[in-house]
Design a protein around this ligand. Structure first.
Ligand code: ADP
Ligand code: MG
Length: 339
């Protein structure tokens, strides 16, 4: 008899997991920004070089980590956010899988600086391809700074697969917008190659949208507000006359998490029935608040798809809430002059 099965070493397992979690620099941006939010940050700064291929650096003023936690944070399945599988249905954090930092550290050079509020000094850890190369006591402000350099340095095939800087930066800005829209009360900064691209002060939702998409957006927004036993809907839809040929500004959040759902997106577009010119798409910025027990976020590693217990009811409620708002604001059907 010959035994042939072996357990993969941790660094190999991490590298494999990284394949799912980290598709491109924008995935690193998402994971690090979400960690900063979970840490209770009120200010988050994102610094990018070469569309994230050379550097993705996130600095927050959140609660920071102890020395032991700073080391542990890079282990796989190491998380402070859940304790048991039951907690998956009580989630109030973005993270829970405990694999983002382990995955990122497996395929990049990472420098972590962190300090808790009550501590005099903090910790600096450098880790390259899952190996800790240095650990020091440092003087650093309260919060956490994580710099991710040379992404995919040890997986040339993945590095070569990255798109042009323009395309990768576009993905980063998309992620940045999603996170910034979900948390208007947090202030965000984005620097790219040394220049200040976005400077978003803490504000309300309408102001945040306007700060991102420009002052002209203000007059386009129709508020949507609906509070039922099953869910709460809040946010804005764009007036039909501002609908565009491209599906640009369509943002849908569930419990402060950006979600992709073709089905629920359809509920929104169908509420615009008869109001849109052919081939145009409405813009919307909508937040759903539901009981965390009625959704499952753990169906995909990037957590942008979720499973709802009762999608049909949500569809109906969402459609009627949007219809109601459009009606209230006396928006008449578009007359089609082309015919
Ligand atoms: P998850 O977010 O799923 O828990 P991560 O790998 O992203 O997994 O992070 C592991 C742990 O490291 C987190 O649970 C958290 O305790 C800690 N951590 C990560 N980033 C930060 C941060 N910016 N501030 C404070 N703690 C952090
Ligand atoms: Mg995380």
């Amino acid at each position: 008899m010959t035994d042939i099965i072996q357990l993969l070493p941790d660094h190999v397992a991490n590298q494999i997991a990284a394949g799912e979690v980290v598709q491109r620099p924008a995935s690193v941006v998402k994971e690090l920004m979400e960690n900063a939010i979970d840490a209770g940050a009120s200010t988050i700064k994102l610094i990018i070089k070469d569309a994230g291929k050379t550097l993705v650096h996130v600095i927050d003023d959140g609660k920071g980590m102890s020395v032991t936690d700073a080391r542990l944070s890079f282990e796989r399945h190491a998380t402070s956010k859940i304790r048991s599988a039951d907690d998956l249905f009580q989630l109030h954090t973005k993270g829970f899988r405990g694999e983002a930092l382990a995955s990122i550290a497996a395929i990049a050079h990472v420098e972590l600086k962190t300090k808790q509020d009550h501590e005099e000094v903090g910790t600096c850890i450098e880790i390259e391809g899952s190996t800790i190369v240095s650990q020091e006591v440092i003087v650093t402000p309260k919060g956490t700074s994580i710099a991710v350099k040379n992404l995919f340095f040890n997986i040339p095939a993945r590095r070569n697969f990255l798109k042009s800087n323009t395309v990768e930066l576009r993905h980063i800005i998309d992620e940045f917008h999603r996170v910034a829209l979900a948390h208007p009360n947090i202030s965000f900064n984005l620097f790219n190659n040394g220049s200040d691209v976005f400077n978003l002060p803490s504000s309300n939702y309408r102001q945040r949208i306007v700060n991102i998409f420009g002052t002209k957006t203000n007059e386009k927004l129709v508020p949507v507000d609906e509070d039922t036993e099953v869910l709460k809907i809040s946010g804005f839809v764009g007036k039909p006359e501002f609908a565009k040929k491209t599906r640009g500004e369509q943002y849908f959040f569930v419990n402060d998490r950006f979600i992709k759902s073709a089905y629920l997106n359809h509920a929104i577009s169908s509420a615009f029935d008869g109001l849109l010119k052919n081939g145009t798409h409405p813009s919307y910025f909508l937040n759903l608040t539901v009981n965390p027990q009625t959704i499952d976020i753990n169906i995909h590693p990037t957590k942008t798809e979720i499973k709802f217990d009762d999608e049909h009811t949500l569809y109906a409620l969402l459609r009627s809430a949007v219809k109601h708002s459009l009606g209230q604001f006396n928006i008449a059907p578009v007359l089609d002059f082309d015919r």
